[in-house]
Design a protein around this ligand. Structure first.
Ligand SMILES: [Zn+2]
Length: 370
């Protein structure tokens, strides 16, 4: 995975609060997104990109659903703010509002009955089940297909859920991978990463191996650049030795972790709290106290299971952009250039696996990737 501080490059600069009106030298970029449905929380909607003309208040439309497929990023020297362009179904209400004023609308689950080991008869039948799933999150019938359906529709499923075989030789034997490191400093983060995956998944997929039975090697290495923190390559999980032992880098990561900063606040440039400064002063600069490296290993383990990146910050396998996957020409549902965070912390900080991580790992197993 890419270097963490680069992901949050704005975080350390954007320490001053910036209120909704944008000053004259701010730069605005418009970006497209996948179609989203939102429900309002509260706040103002502006009719122009400069946010000078108020259109209406969301407070009056709490029951209305709004739709969007684009947003703007307003950047000035201090911070970047995200404003989403929304419209009501009939376009009578429309305009730009802060991303903080909206929450993603979650449709109620359709109560269609799940049939075990369902044989899929056509591509359109499979597509109708895929379309019932939230973005990149296999669930329901998609996790209950027959063995032959998983084989027959492997390519389609791979593309719709960003799943691919990344390991060169089998990293799993009968559903188990054996990880080994001979580096003393990696032993604790590796053990934690194994425990976290197994606990969340509910079975021992990963085990600590030894030099003789390892199927996945974990090691600290240096490369030409420091633009990365972790890498999965030829059945090895590589951790960037320079960044791992860089005191300043560890301190920066721990500051963000300890301060319990919300990525949306960071992107919005708010959150200058005294507590953050205190946390920064007290932050450890030792990799051994930094849970982030456990998260990095967990991310690479997800690749070993066949999980490609997603744009969701609470997935262990998130990436800021889909560039890597595009370059390698691996299956990809769509491309992205910004991380999506709906008030969640970044998963490599919390070391928590999301439902999406777990369900995609299950699907990858059914597809025979591991
Ligand atoms: Zn990755």
């Amino acid at each position: 995975m890419k270097k963490y501080i680069k992901v949050l490059g704005l975080a350390l600069l954007g320490t001053l609060a910036l209120n909704s009106n944008i000053n004259a030298n701010a730069k605005t970029v418009t970006k497209n997104s996948v179609k989203m449905t939102y429900e309002p929380i509260q706040g103002r909607v502006y009719s122009n990109k400069k946010l000078t003309k108020q259109s209406f208040s969301l407070n009056k439309y709490k029951k209305t659903r709004f739709y969007s497929n684009k947003y703007i990023l307003i950047k000035n020297k201090k911070a970047t703010q995200k404003f989403i362009y929304i419209h009501s179904k009939n376009y009578k209400l429309k305009g730009y509002t802060s991303a903080k004023n909206l929450r993603v609308y979650k449709a109620k689950k359709t109560s269609s009955k799940i049939i075990n080991n369902l044989d899929i008869k056509s591509k359109s039948q499979l597509m109708s089940y895929i379309n019932q799933c939230p973005d990149l999150l296999p669930e329901g019938q998609i996790l209950n297909l027959s063995k032959s359906s998983y084989i027959q529709y492997k390519d389609l499923l791979a593309k719709k859920f960003n799943i691919n075989k990344y390991s060169s030789s089998p990293a799993f034997e009968n559903g188990h991978a054996y990880l080994y490191t001979d580096d003393e400093h990696l032993k604790t983060p590796l053990k934690d990463a194994i425990d976290n995956w197994n606990k969340a998944f509910g079975s021992n997929i990963f085990e600590l191996g030894n030099v003789k039975d390892e199927t996945l090697k974990v090691e600290l290495v240096t490369r030409n650049n420091n633009d990365w923190d972790g890498m999965f390559s030829n059945n090895s999980i590589l951790v960037n030795k320079n960044n791992f032992y860089n005191e300043k880098y560890n301190k920066q990561i721990n500051q963000i972790n300890g301060a319990k900063v919300d990525i949306n606040d960071l992107l919005d440039g708010k959150n200058t709290k005294r507590k953050e400064q205190e946390d920064f002063n007290n932050a450890s600069n030792s990799p051994l106290d930094n849970k982030y490296w456990t998260g990095v290993i967990m991310h690479e383990m997800a690749h070993a299971m066949g999980l490609g990146h997603t744009p969701y910050a609470n997935d262990i396998v998130f990436a800021e952009s889909s560039e890597e996957q595009e370059q390698s020409k691996l299956p990809l549902k769509y491309t992205w250039r910004t991380l999506r965070a709906n008030n969640e912390k970044i998963a490599t900080m919390t070391n928590k696996l999301s439902q999406r991580d777990l369900n995609r790992a299950r699907l990858a197993k059914f597809m025979g990737v591991w």
